[in-house]
Design a protein. Structure first.
Length: 68
């Protein structure tokens, strides 16, 4: 099954010295949403937009489509 992976987001956070708790505070995400990102589960486009705005990146900088 094809999926979206967010490892690029967590790589970006690590390079900038951020932790998941910082992501929650600075972007205003719940722990459930951060857990979904960690597991590669679906999140809203609003969530992607807020992350992109905060870190001044494009969606492709934080996520990747992985085909079957």
């Amino acid at each position: 099954m094809a999926s979206i992976r967010y490892y690029k987001l967590f790589d970006l956070l690590a390079r900038r010295g951020y932790k998941k708790t910082d992501l929650m505070k600075e972007v205003g995400l719940s722990s459930v949403t951060v857990a979904k990102l960690s597991k590669g589960e679906s999140v809203t486009t609003d969530t992607i937009l807020r992350i992109c705005e905060r870190f001044d990146v494009q969606p492709g900088d934080i996520m990747e489509y992985v085909p079957d």
